[in-house]
Ligand binder design. Sequence first.
Ligand SMILES: [Ca+2]
Length: 197
Amino acid sequence: MTRRSLGLRPAVLLTTLLAVLLPMALTGAAHAASGFTVRDPLGDVRILDRGAGWTGAELRSIDLRTVRVTRKSGGTVFRVRIADVRPRMDGDQMVFLTATPPKGAGRFPRLDVGMSAQQRDLGYAILTTGNTSYRTCDPLRARVDDRASAISLRIPKRCLPRTKVRLHVASYVGYFRSEGPSASKDKIPYTRPVRLR
Ligand SMILES: [Ca+2]
């Protein structure tokens, strides 16, 4: 394709090219997703209370396997795979994510996220940006993938820190959004600083 064949002046040609290419670039950006995965070994659940009424299999069911963080244009999805999602279990399988600044970079922003396979409508995210300032995204609905034993929560951008943070993940068997003690626990130690949005 030449200028002559199109019969266009350079400025018009440039405008035409931009008109074609710019929407393509914007579309590409809108659909771009990036992220990372944190892995944890199986078999490392800590039993806190054997006498709380749950079977050994139930107590070990929250064994963390992977945490996949996918940044999208509308927010970030945290997808946590555990050993065995049990939607009909009596009691709750819970996952909590905490994000804090790199060492020595102060206390804020701090992100607190909670989700449960049994209490799907009660997921939440709280972004604390100062001693008395915070934003809440509550309630958020968790998605449960039985076959993959995964619990996912999508957090809107307004409740995500803009700066790099270290991510900590913990899972429990107990009762979600209650003050009661938990019967078992697994955890992934703080990661290196990562971007969540
Ligand atoms: Ca584990």
